[in-house]
Design a protein around this ligand. Structure first.
Ligand SMILES: [Zn+2]
Length: 302
């Protein structure tokens, strides 16, 4: 495994505001000078004993004793490796990491490129939703009550028909074929690589920090031989069993209300979010695309 330079590990930690990161999962309130507190995400409690001190970059729970820095928080909370925790935070603050030489593992060093490729693909798909060819896709959304605003809110896009639209677009942005294969955006065939998603509506799937890690794509045309829904395959950054579609948009409400609503499909998630706007107190906005082998991100998981 390639090691991230210690100086970078420290620098990224200094640039990240730990209260922002934890605040995305735990509702924090000011608790005296230089301190915030909230309900501990690591044990069940009714009065807050979980303290965060942003200046020191440290959290500590007086109830269960869990403590550490932003990296240990991510490791405990999201079950990521130390390296991945550092990489996520580096991506968050836009810091380029350096790896120590010797046995650089491509699946580790390439991770930030995979995030970048997914982000570029999401942008491309989103722009394509306005194209004439995407009319069928726009109609599909319209029939389900989703207007352009709703589509934009969820970043819904369109993957054009053809074998190399995305491939050409991202190649022009200097992504290598190998990176695109690893990101699951193109598939490896016998005669080269080709776009995985063709003639489909696509929903970007984001991790809890809002980074695009993959896509779910719905079939639109009868001549499409593929399955109704096609997702990104398992990649170094997209682990199906750990992903909850819509979590990035719902986490604030979840940590505020300590309630979670889980539904089945992408459009169901969208519908819940839109309905939630009118029934904010009643409906917690949340969605899932896989079976939830996942710890609820806040409190007791109800
Ligand atoms: Zn605790």
């Amino acid at each position: 495994m390639a090691r991230i330079r210690q100086a970078d590990v420290d620098e990224v930690k200094a640039r990240v505001n730990i209260a922002d990161v934890i605040g995305e999962r735990v509702a924090l309130k000011p608790a005296g000078v230089g301190s915030m507190k909230g309900l501990c995400p690591f044990h069940d409690e009714r009065s807050p004993s979980f303290n965060v001190r942003p200046q020191v970059g440290y959290y500590h729970c007086f109830g269960c004793g869990e403590s550490g820095d932003v990296y240990s928080f991510l490791r405990a909370m999201d079950h990521v490796s130390f390296t991945e925790a550092v990489e996520r935070m580096a991506a968050r603050v836009g810091y380029t990491l350096h790896y120590e030489d010797g046995g650089a593992a491509p699946e580790t060093t390439g991770r930030s490129r995979l995030y970048a490729a997914n982000a570029a693909a999401a942008e491309y798909f989103r722009a394509q939703l306005m194209s004439p060819e995407a009319e069928t896709g726009r109609r599909f959304l319209g029939e389900r009550g989703f207007d352009a605003g709703a589509a934009a809110h969820f970043g819904v896009g369109y993957a054009p028909k053809g074998w190399s639209n995305l491939l050409d677009h991202l190649s022009a942005q200097k992504f290598s074929r190998d990176e695109l294969v690893q990101a699951g955006l193109v598939s490896q065939g016998q005669r080269g690589v080709y776009d995985r998603f063709r003639g489909r509506l696509v929903w970007p799937i984001r991790d809890v920090t809002g980074q695009v890690i993959g896509f779910g794509a719905r079939k639109l045309f009868d001549d499409d031989q593929g399955p109704k829904y096609l997702n990104t395959p398992e990649t170094p950054i997209y682990k199906k069993a750990q992903v909850l579609y819509g979590l990035d948009l719902a986490k604030r409400d979840i940590s505020r209300s300590h309630r979670v609503v889980v539904v089945e499909g992408y459009t169901d998630v969208m519908a819940c979010h839109l309905a939630g706007c009118h029934h904010r107190d009643r409906l917690v906005r949340y969605g899932v695309r896989q079976r939830p082998h996942h710890r609820a991100p806040s409190g007791d998981g109800r």
